[in-house]
Design a protein around this ligand. Structure first.
Ligand code: SF4
Length: 379
């Protein structure tokens, strides 16, 4: 297939769905205990809801929405740290648009901006570096977040800042890394997943090899999946087929983008700039060992954590918010007591309602609509 429309072809989607249903019939599963496949990546969550893909599947298969939206897993305390920096009169604080709306304990970065603080939305860390060069009398801080997908551009920007001796630029680094996160979920005593849809964009950087421990040590299949409807349906078929065949492997449906060994240039930049943190706090999931990165000593002059004092407090979500249970697949978004009532995309209480990749926001926008199956694709 060469064009995007071909990846949204309704007839082919129905044909794959039929093959999935036929294969599932040969397995000993019931609607009461369906197969549970976790899509780790928020981009997949968005596609699943947008195209109504769950409606294509037999009731014996269930998607579990994982923790793969980096905005959604930002703890409140980190947002408060950002605001403490942004409120300094000498600072221009920059970040991506979604991150500006994540609620902190008292306010979001967007609210800090509305109060008159210099918070700016940028499309890339290079934009932030440019702002620093244009404003040498101010400190410009870039709030970097995301998995290995966004890490390379942040690393390259820091390397460029160092080469050009830009003294007034720094990074508040909250990048996270996927493998320890999946491992933590697999180690959870509540874990009952039957397989994973592996993240497409992260895998473009790290390749398929790092996932091999999942099939080898945990006996769970993983299929790296693209983001179009047929990509996801085909990946589900590949997972089911492995179970039917009694196999347990890492397979790569997204071969047109994801090389087995990843992107060596990007990995080299990441390794030059970042090192693993011992612990990293996730919203709703607690601390996960080695799941975040920090800036190496070599780039210490560009580290906002060393440059600015921050409150560094751990702040729990409101009691009624069930974000942690949603990101670990224990409940569905609509089962949260706040869903669609006090927590909506306009008034998010939890971060999963902020980003378009958040399970709650995706479910709010698309999940409540009953769509005739014939109309689900090509829209
Ligand atoms: S509805 Fe809001 S509070 Fe509840 S899980 Fe979703 S984002 Fe969190």
């Amino acid at each position: 297939m060469k064009y995007v429309d071909e990846f949204r072809n309704g007839k082919q989607a129905m044909a794959i769905a039929k093959k999935i249903a036929e294969q599932v019939k040969t397995l000993n599963v019931s609607k009461q205990r369906p197969l549970q496949f976790m899509e780790v990546c928020g981009g997949h969550t968005h596609s699943i809801f947008r195209y109504g893909l769950a409606q294509f599947l037999p009731e014996e298969i269930e998607f579990i929405h994982g923790p793969g939206c980096p905005v959604c897993v930002l703890p409140m305390g980190v947002v408060d740290d950002c605001i403490s920096i942004a409120e300094r009169p000498d600072v221009i604080f920059t970040t991506f648009g979604d991150a500006m709306r994540v609620p902190g304990s008292k306010k979001s970065l967007l609210q800090a901006k509305a109060e008159g603080h210099d918070v700016r939305m940028v499309y890339s860390p290079l934009d932030a570096l440019q702002i620093a060069k244009q404003n040498p009398e101010r400190e410009v801080v870039f709030f970097g977040l995301g998995f290995e997908t966004t890490m390379p551009s942040t690393a390259l920007t820091l390397q460029q800042a160092a080469q050009e001796h830009v003294k007034n630029f720094s990074l508040f680094c909250n990048h996270i890394t996927i493998i320890p996160t999946i491992k933590a979920m697999l180690d959870s005593p509540d874990m009952r997943l039957d397989g994973f849809l592996g993240p497409g964009h992260v895998s473009m950087v790290i390749g398929s090899q790092p996932y091999e421990f999942i099939s080898r040590d945990y006996n769970r299949p993983l299929v790296i999946a693209g983001f179009e409807p047929l990509d996801i349906l085909q990946s589900v078929y590949m997972l089911v087929k492995q179970l039917v065949d009694g196999r347990c492997e890492v397979e790569n449906q997204y071969e047109r983008i994801v090389p087995k060994t990843g992107n060596q240039v990007a990995l080299h930049s990441i390794g030059d700039v970042f090192e693993l943190r011992e612990f990293f706090e996730w919203r709703g999931m607690g601390s996960i060992d080695h799941s975040g990165v920090r800036i190496r000593e070599k780039y210490a002059d560009f580290d906002a954590e060393r440059k600015f004092a921050m409150p560094r407090l751990k702040i729990a979500d409101p009691d009624a918010a069930q974000c942690g249970e949603v990101v670990t697949g224990v409940i569905k978004p609509e089962q949260c007591k706040l869903f669609g009532k006090s927590c909506t995309p306009q008034t998010p209480i939890g971060a999963l309602m902020v980003s378009t990749e958040g399970a709650c926001a995706a479910h709010y926008h698309y999940g409540q609509i009953e769509i005739p199956i014939s109309q689900v694709v090509n829209r």
